[in-house]
Design a protein around this ligand. Structure first.
Ligand SMILES: *Cc1c(COP(=O)(O)O)cnc(C)c1O
Length: 381
């Protein structure tokens, strides 16, 4: 995008931590400039400058992209939603391309792949990405490896570095959907990924008030076709969204620290709860993803899932909650939860996915504990 001149490649960012970069990156630098890039609410621009037409990007887009690019260590392009970002990557593939996907990915992306299959433009090859032998076999003749970690809704942690190394041996580019980890907790490009995708609708925006997505590419050569897809498909976000998402990003670290602290305690209490049959949270030492997450992430995030005995019991828990909002989306300041198999994706029947918010922990537990307490105890785990 026109932010190219401000890209980390041209102007190496100081080795600031993600927390500092989330506050400092993407700010206008000229003397007298506002501290934050204001939203440029314009579609059309006078000839002679860098900005031509909003579908190609504006200074509002550039500021957001510069900040995310700095955090991920690559070059970013913003989209009107996470799905638009995913569609742009898949839109660059040759006809009939085999896309190897980890079992547990966002159902919207799975649906998008099914739609591309209908058009003959991609073939979805599902693998258990914890089984490296299966991944290796699937990578033969593959055009892309698409993984999500931590995953939705099983909060499964994949070993990004090992998977990228395998893919590289087969010359296959790797996309990591890092929405749950956010750039504060995981940087897939540094582990060998080709692209990172985020639904900025979630943690980056953080206030449940906008839809946005972003793709971060390793280098300019990888970025160019993605940017072109955005232009061709008209998938640029509105300037106001990019402004709000960047404002959200400024507090991402604080929000996530608080939500993660809450999640860690809640996961432990859920694990010990007699009415809960299973808990999925990589911060639990007993979780199968704990070691990998400890190694590759800077924290475990604030998404967790847990199971009660049945669909009916899950509904009763959610109906009883007052503070925890029944809602499908996630990553906002407020705690939200849903019975995930209502989307018919073959998920465990009694699974509740909880996006832990930044409210007072005692209040969240005071909401959840009686909701669980009304259920009949489980005798076996
Ligand atoms: C929400 C989500 C998406 C899709 O993003 P939208 O902004 O809703 O289009 C993709 N991946 C994951 C992991 C998500 O949670």
């Amino acid at each position: 995008m026109s932010a190219q001149a401000q890209s980390p490649a041209d102007e190496p960012a100081p080795h600031w931590s993600p927390q500092t970069l989330s506050v400092t990156a993407g700010r206008p630098q000229d003397p007298g400039a506002p501290l934050n890039q204001p939203p440029v609410l314009a579609s059309n621009f006078r000839d002679g400058g860098d900005t031509l037409y909003a579908r190609f990007g504006t200074p509002s887009h550039d500021a957001f992209e510069e900040a995310i690019g700095a955090l991920e260590g690559g070059l970013a392009v913003a989209f009107s939603s996470g799905m638009a970002a995913a569609a742009a990557i898949l839109g660059t593939l040759p006809a009939g391309a085999r896309v190897v996907t980890s079992d547990n990915i966002y159902h919207g992306v799975r649906g998008l792949l099914a739609d591309l299959e209908r058009l003959g433009s991609a073939v979805d090859v599902r693998v258990d990405a914890l089984d490296l032998i299966a991944v290796e076999q699937a990578l033969t003749d593959a055009a892309l490896l698409w993984i999500e970690t931590p995953s939705n809704p099983l909060i499964q942690v994949l070993d990004v570095e090992r998977l990228c190394r395998l893919a590289e041996e087969h010359g296959v580019p790797v996309v990591v959907d890092s929405t749950f980890a956010t750039p504060m907790r995981l940087n897939p490009l540094a582990l060998g990924a080709t692209y990172v995708v985020h639904s900025a609708t979630k943690y980056i925006g953080g206030h449940s008030d906008l839809l946005m997505g972003v793709v971060v590419a390793r280098d300019e050569e990888r970025l160019a076709p993605i940017s072109e897809q955005r232009t061709l498909r008209g998938a640029a976000p509105g300037a106001l969204e990019t402004f709000l998402a960047l404002r959200g990003l400024r507090t991402l670290g604080l929000r996530l620290d608080r939500a993660e602290t809450n999640a860690q305690v809640l996961a432990q209490r859920l694990l010990e709860h007699p009415h809960v049959t299973e808990v999925f949270y990589p911060g639990l030492p007993s979780d199968p993803g704990h070691l990998t997450a400890s190694r590759q992430m800077r924290g475990f995030g604030a998404m967790l899932s847990f199971c009660v005995a049945s669909e009916d019991e899950a509904d009763r828990v959610l109906a009883r909650c007052r503070l925890i909002v029944g809602a499908t989306s996630l990553g906002g300041v407020e705690s939200t939860a849903e019975r995930r198999n209502r989307w018919h994706e073959g998920t465990r029947t009694g699974l509740i996915r909880l996006s832990v918010g930044i409210e007072d922990l005692d209040d969240i537990w005071a909401d959840l504990s009686p909701a669980l307490g009304q259920l009949s105890p489980q005798t076996q785990r």
